[in-house]
Design a protein around this ligand. Structure first.
Ligand code: TNX
Length: 497
């Protein structure tokens, strides 16, 4: 069993054989006084303080202190925002990176190698880590429309993303069952269509200030938020709020079931483009990041020309607002502007249009449902989740290679990997994390670690040690039989597995 169990597996991790670093009451955290660095320093000091049970002071100079955790920005590292180094000696811990986001990755690696020996005594084995990610886009897409998740829930999820060095939180903000973000230009969306979810209420939505709070919380942890408004299908929450979007002019009924594909916009109604312009202009204005996701999936009742016109129109609105477009796999069959990202998901669809789009220069994001859809049941005995893409055990979510999964897709078109969790059957944070863990750790390693460094047995031995962390934080998780989990200490909440 490895005694350091870093996930995702770093490019290089070597034990130096020296004595461990011991965090004592004298340990201080030192960081240069630039505001973005101080923010990471405070995050790190807070983490160490919570683990040790006593506050860790943040200073701008070492001043001869005997025990130091030092955060440094340096160019002396491989290219890329997220490259980092961790060096632990008996006297000090040095975390260095090119950027604050890289420092967050270093802090997380430190967090994963700390062990607690007795009450409040923390030790860190002497080691050296040199690391950088394989893919620049490593995400989780979460459906807050089928069931609503609060700002606090999302902060927990963001913490989990950061812990596995994932850097994108994709929010699926709208669907047939509910509209989850308040847009100033279209107040009825949340006034009329936010109070429902699958199976009834209570629903919920984020105010612009709450969305900003989520975005800021994520940014501080090196995670960017990509908001999705799903059009031109999956729009019953919109047509329920604005009757002008339907041919009869009457609003549709609310919908709380789990069928897909029935709702749609209509390009021949004058209200439609006005609506799309308002909605995507507002959303782009609330998004500091580069990308806005336009959905585009499963529009089963629209002919292809109309679909392509609407996708083209929405894409132009997003681009006019200064953002780049991401869309689900189906948009591959429409003319795409350079820079568009197409997200692969549907393992049952003909991949030809997707392959053609990638060959024609689209960037692709890999979320194959049979590997990366963490709302699929683990096995036939899993109480929650769906089965349309089969069962996804831990090994299924680990053993796959994004660059060769779909023959014909040029390896260099792959920008990254996103796990996804749709929430038709998941009603709260505990149910959500029971589906994410341990599989999110597996997908994170697929996204971060080079294929030649990946091995399921090695991963399984490391992930076995992460259960203690999930328990400590209070996350429910699934004890996959593919892992030999350490025996739970007497009195541990085995039921949470
Ligand atoms: C497919 S993913 C969908 C969603 C469902 C999901 C359930 C995608 C683009 N469309 O509408 O919630 O399957 O796994």
């Amino acid at each position: 069993m490895p005694d350091v169990a870093v996930i995702p597996r770093p490019v290089l991790l070597e034990r130096t054989g020296e004595e461990p670093f011991v965090l004592t009451a004298a340990t201080i955290l030192v960081v240069d006084s630039a505001p973005e660095l101080v923010a990471v320093g405070v995050l790190a000091a807070d983490l160490l303080g919570r683990l040790s049970g006593r506050p860790v002071e943040v200073r701008y100079t070492e001043g001869g202190a005997p025990s130091v955790v030092r955060l440094t920005v340096t160019d002396d590292l491989p290219a890329g925002d997220e490259a980092y180094r961790v060096v632990v000696t008996p006297q000090r811990v040095d975390l260095s990176a090119r950027t604050p986001a890289g420092l967050v990755r270093a802090v997380v690696t430190l967090r994963q190698v700390i062990s607690e020996i007795g009450e409040g005594t923390l030790t860190v084995p002497a080691l050296r880590v040199e690391d950088h990610p394989r893919y620049a886009w490593r995400g989780l897409s979460i459906d807050v429309a089928r069931h609503f998740f609060t700002v606090s829930d999302l902060k927990s999820v963001i913490g989990l993303l950061a812990h596995y060095k994932l850097n994108v939180l994709h929010l699926h903000l709208t669907d047939d069952q509910g509209w989850r973000v308040h847009l100033p230009s279209r107040p009825l969306l949340t006034r009329v269509s936010a109070g429902t979810s699958v199976g009834g209420g209570p629903g919920g939505f984020y105010s612009p200030a709450q969305l900003a709070e989520i975005i800021d919380h994520a940014a501080a942890r090196g995670v960017r938020v990509i908001p999705e408004i799903d059009v031109p299908g999956h729009v019953n929450a919109a047509t329920h709020a604005y009757g002008e979007l339907t041919p009869s002019g009457e609003p549709t009924d609310e919908y709380t079931g789990i069928e897909v594909g029935f709702s749609r916009l209509h390009d021949d109604l004058p209200a439609t483009r006005e609506f799309l312009k308002d909605v995507f202009t507002d959303l782009a204005a609330m998004t500091p990041g580069e990308y806005v996701h336009i959905g585009g999936d499963e529009v089963l009742t629209m002919d292809h020309d109309e679909y392509a016109r609407l996708v083209g129109f929405v894409s132009s609105v997003v681009r006019d607002a200064g953002k780049k477009v991401v869309g689900w796999q189906e948009i591959a069959s429409t003319p795409l502007e350079p820079g568009t990202v197409v997200q692969y998901w549907d393992i049952n669809a003909d991949p030809a249009p997707f392959v053609a789009a990638a060959q024609a220069g689209a960037q692709v994001l890999m979320s194959p449902a049979s590997k990366a859809y963490l709302d699929m049941k683990y096995d036939a005995g899993t109480a929650l989740g769906l089965e349309w893409a089969g069962h996804v055990e831990l090994r299924d979510s680990y053993d796959w290679e994004p660059s060769s999964l779909i023959p014909g897709v040029p390896a260099e078109s792959v920008v990254g990997v996103e796990a996804a969790v749709f929430t038709e059957t998941l009603t709260d944070l505990s149910e959500l994390t029971s589906m994410l863990l341990p599989r999110l750790a597996a997908v994170a390693e697929v996204a971060w670690t080079a294929p030649e460094d990946r091995d399921f047995d090695d991963f399984a031995a490391r992930v076995a040690q992460h259960g203690a962390f999930w328990d400590r934080v209070g996350f429910s998780w699934y004890a996959s039989p593919q892992v030999t989990w350490p025996a739970a200490p007497a009195g541990a909440a085995g039921a949470s597995r």
